[in-house]
Design a protein around this ligand. Structure first.
Ligand code: MRU
Length: 356
């Protein structure tokens, strides 16, 4: 998708260097960062220079390529893979990508390692682009139906950033929106600010602006009243891990939006590639929920009148805080899962019928 009219992807490989867009600087600065070592990749994932389930999976895959470039040694590669998986615990795409890479690399002669790793990382990336594009084409049908009935702008609420910046291209939740807009359907997006990292305000709004899609940033607590007023036609969110029973783990606050949507008869859809499905865990209490640094709550970052980035404290130093990064929306609150293979019910049957 575009930034300043120029087409980008979120990650690419050039001259043995992994290139990323540093998302901690957006929307105020556009900085392309070089990752040269596996440690750089781990750090980029931990500090959220890259974030979003599919993108951290791709960064981990390229991280293993960097690991081989640094030292083509099996024990180093294994250590790298473990450290990558531990960088962020909740999004399953990270482990999925590392396991997929390690499976390809097991039993391979060390001379072939680099080529095989690079080919597989590129395949993961290309696959994600195709999956996200197809998620968009499938989700487009829902938006089109609402638009045909309503004969007016379709208002869509989204939480966090499940846009192209969270994937490689297109995004998950935003892909149906981009496709609808490109088809000439009138859309407007309510963008949840998404405290504390403000992925909605900083990233979703930014990427929608760059594509010319009308959007309005709202506080995380505003969705309820907008739904009561009939100003939301549907919600679409992304997910970091969806269980085979259809329970959806996503950015903290998603659950409250789903409750409000249910109470107001607003359809609540979750968009995801199959790489985000956890076929193993059956009970959502077993999902590792990331607990992040309390400084993300106690401080906010932005630019001052001189365009300089500043971080300021916003509440008493003595106050304790708890920064849970994700929550789980039970399947019963989800109207449907929009995947690359089609739309299904959020249930074991729904998912198994699509992904035999
Ligand atoms: O903490 P983040 O920014 O990595 O969280 C991202 C989300 O919760 C996204 O909604 C999710 O990864 C889906 S991305 C297509």
């Amino acid at each position: 998708m575009k930034i300043n009219g120029k087409t980008y992807r979120t990650i690419w490989f050039e001259n043995n260097i992994v290139k990323i867009i540093d998302q901690t600087k957006l929307p105020h600065q556009f900085v392309i960062k070089n990752l040269k070592t596996v440690k750089d990749s781990i750090n980029a994932i931990k500090t959220m220079e890259v974030r979003g389930a599919p993108l951290i999976g791709a960064t981990a895959a390229y991280g293993l390529v960097l690991s081989i470039l640094e030292k083509n040694d099996l024990s180093f590669l294994k250590r790298s893979s473990e450290e990558l998986i531990q960088a962020r615990p909740t999004a399953i795409n990270l482990k999925w990508a590392v396991d997929r890479m390690m499976k390809k690399l097991s039993g391979i002669n060390s001379n072939e390692n680099l080529k095989i790793a690079l080919d597989e990382a590129k395949t993961i990336v290309e696959e994600d682009v195709t999956f996200c594009k197809n998620i968009g084409l499938n989700g487009l049908e829902i938006i089109e139906e609402i638009s045909n009935k309503k004969k007016d702008t379709v208002n869509i609420l989204t939480h966090c950033n499940a846009g192209w910046l969270a994937t490689i291209d297109w995004g998950t939740a935003t892909s149906p929106i981009y496709h609808a807009y490109q088809k000439g359907i009138k859309v407007h997006v309510w963008v949840d600010e998404t405290r504390p990292r403000n992925q909605g305000a900083n990233l979703t709004s930014y990427e929608l602006n760059e594509e010319g899609i009308p959007n309005t940033v709202i506080t995380d607590n505003a969705g309820g009243i907008l739904m009561q007023r009939g100003q939301v036609d549907m919600c679409i969110v992304g997910t970091d891990r969806t269980l085979s029973n259809g329970d959806v783990c996503n950015k903290i606050g998603t659950y409250l939006k789903a409750l409000s949507a249910k109470d107001n008869n607003v359809p609540f859809y979750v968009a995801l590639p199959s790489s985000t499905i956890d076929w193993k865990i059956k009970d959502h209490n077993q999902i590792p929920i990331e607990e992040r640094n309390s400084e993300e709550l106690s401080h906010v970052e932005g630019i001052d009148e001189n365009n300089e980035m500043k971080k300021v404290r916003i509440y008493p130093q003595k106050s304790k805080s708890l920064n849970l990064a994700f929550d789980v929306t039970p399947a019963k609150l989800v109207s449907g899962l929009i995947t690359e293979k089609g739309i299904c019910e959020a249930s074991e049957k729904g998912l198994k019928d699509l992904f035999k």
